[in-house]
Structure formats: structure tokens, C-alpha cells
Ligand binder design. Structure first.
Ligand SMILES: [Zn+2]
Length: 305
């Protein structure tokens, strides 16, 4: 049994699961899977939650069969400003609720958890942009309300670079669904900083202080950099804070008219074992990671624990 201190919050869906096993496996990419299924790059994948729900459910099921313990709703761009870019800004509630319902339906036979996916709002907060913290919180509350009505088990705030925006999303989560666990990932570039200058140690201390359940990194340039980022996070991790890593499957290369990623399933499997040895609690993939990658990672983790 692990002893975790949860800032007085008590047990959550995540810690319940981690009492039963030493780690959790997250799924891989949704965006690149949707593109493989026929969505145009740059298209609004969230519309498929209503228009092609079977295709979205099939991706969830593939990840669950691969061994994922948590699947992520197809709502990365499901906030009003991002849906506005596709003329669908008035469908936030409908598309997020539908996404959660699809994921819950897929997850039920596997007794897996569903993470409601919250990506960046697509707008910059003050002082670089025009969005106030209250406006950002309202944007996230609208999205989270739909996800919660669809039945999500936890909230994943991902691919973030601005701690102010993370704070707005965390406050929105608490306002709408105070009982749900919160997982936050930032995306770091080659200089091991986010676009807004946050380094891995700052991420752990500042986001950990918000009282979330897990902090980590996603996306980025591939397994080697992810390992370096997470080593820096492990070094400053406070007791009780879970850490998460979701690396891209390496870098994309244009092959013909589509992208291929250069880290195959065996590379990602070795990476998963490395992260586990570092003490990372929740391990998954980001762009370019397929059910084959997640299956190799889940198998590798099972063989070493
Ligand atoms: Zn990614």
C-alpha cells in the first residue's frame, strides 16, 4: 500500500485505483487517430462526437483493449473559443456531453476511468492577451459542465503552457465538480520550458500547490526529452503528488501526404519502463501514439511490476 497525502481531500477515483496497483496506464493520441480515420488536419474533431460517434468509440475501445486504465474524451478543442473557429461555438455543451457519454460507454466493460479532456482555450490571458482570469474560468466551466453531465470520472487539463490558464481551469473544475480528481500536464519545448517560460520544477511546485492530484508533461519532442523533464519533476515532487508522463511517439516526419512518428511501440515500451523506474505514477502517450504503442507500453509495465 502506498501512503498518499491528498491535501485533506480524501480518497479519489485515482487513488482508489492506485491502491490496487502501483501505476495507471493512460491512452495515446486522439487527434492523430481521428486523422487516420479520415478527419482533415485542422478540422474540428469534436464534431465527430455527434456526427461519427462510432469512430470515436472505436478509438477508445482500441486503447482499452490495448490495456489503458484511463481513456480521454475527444474534447481537446471543445472550449467555446476553439469551437468558434469552426462555427460551432454554440455547441460546447452538446459536444462535450456527447464525448463523455461515448467514452463512458466504451470504458464500462473494462471498468476503466474516463478523463474529461480540457485543452488550452486558444486565447491568451492578460497581460499578453485580452482574456481575464474570470473569463477563462467561465470558458472552462462551460466545457466542464457538459463533460460532467456526460459522466466523466476525472478532469485532464492538458498541453498547457500558462500557469494562469491552468489556475483558471482548476478553479473551474472545483466550481463545477469539486469531487473530481484533477490531472494537469504542461507541454515543454527543447529548452525545457513551456511557451510561457515555465520549467518542470516550477510546474510541480506551483500546480501542486493548487491542490491537484497529478502533475506532469505531455506532447513535446519525444521520449528522451520527456524523461529529462520528468527527472526534474521527480527531484522536487512533494509527498502525495502523483506524476504523469505522456510523450509524443517521437517527432513527426512527412511521408507522402501524412505524418509518421519516429518512435515505434518498442521504443515507447522501453520509455514506459524508464518512467516507471523513475517513480512516475501515470504513463501514457501523446501525438503519434497508437493503440499498438499503448499495448507495448502496458505489456512492458506489467512485466516489470
Ligand atoms: Zn501531443
Amino acid at each position: 500500500m502506498r501512503t498518499l497525502i491528498y491535501y485533506g481531500k480524501g480518497m479519489s477515483a485515482l487513488t482508489d485505483r492506485l491502491d490496487a496497483r502501483p501505476y495507471l496506464v493512460f491512452d495515446g493520441a486522439m487527434g492523430t487517430m481521428l486523422q487516420a480515420a479520415g478527419i482533415e488536419p485542422g478540422g474540428a474533431g469534436e464534431l465527430w462526437n455527434v456526427e461519427n460517434a462510432e469512430a470515436v468509440e472505436a478509438i477508445h475501445t482500441a486503447y482499452l483493449e490495448a490495456g489503458a486504465n484511463i481513456v480521454t474524451t475527444n474534447t481537446f478543442g471543445g472550449s467555446r473559443p476553439r469551437l468558434d473557429m469552426h462555427g460551432a461555438g454554440d455547441r460546447v455543451h452538446e459536444l462535450n456531453k456527447a464525448a463523455a457519454q461515448i467514452a463512458k460507454k466504451a470504458a464500462a466493460p473494462f471498468e476503466a476511468l474516463v478523463a474529461g479532456d480540457i485543452g488550452p482555450s486558444g486565447e491568451l490571458l492578460e497581460p499578453l492577451g485580452l482574456l481575464t482570469p474570470d473569463e477563462a474560468q467561465a470558458i472552462f466551466e462551460e466545457q466542464i459542465t457538459g463533460l460532467v453531465e456526460g459522466g466523466i470520472d476525472l478532469i485532464l487539463i492538458e498541453t498547457m503552457s500558462d500557469l494562469e490558464e491552468v489556475g483558471a481551469a482548476v478553479r473551474a473544475s472545483r466550481a463545477v465538480a469539486p469531487e473530481l480528481p484533477i490531472v494537469v500536464t504542461l507541454s515543454f519545448d527543447t529548452k525545457l520550458r513551456t511557451m510561457m517560460g515555465v520549467n518542470p520544477a516550477m510546474a510541480v511546485s506551483e500546480i501542486g500547490a493548487m491542490g491537484v492530484d497529478a502533475v506532469g508533461a505531455n506532447c513535446g519532442r519525444g521520449p528522451e526529452e520527456m524523461q529529462t523533464i520528468l527527472e526534474q519533476m521527480v527531484a522536487v515532487r512533494p509527498e502525495g503528488l502523483l506524476l504523469i508522463g505522456q510523450s509524443n511517439a517521437g517527432l513527426p516526419h512527412l511521408v507522402g501526404d501524412r505524418f509518421e512518428y519516429d518512435a515505434g511501440p518498442s521504443t515507447m515500451a522501453a520509455h514506459a519502463q524508464t518512467l516507471r523506474a523513475l517513480g512516475i505514477d501515470i504513463i501514457g502517450g501523446c501525438c503519434g501514439s497508437t493503440p499498438q504503442h499503448i499495448a507495448a507500453m502496458a505489456d512492458a509495465l506489467a512485466s516489470t511490476n
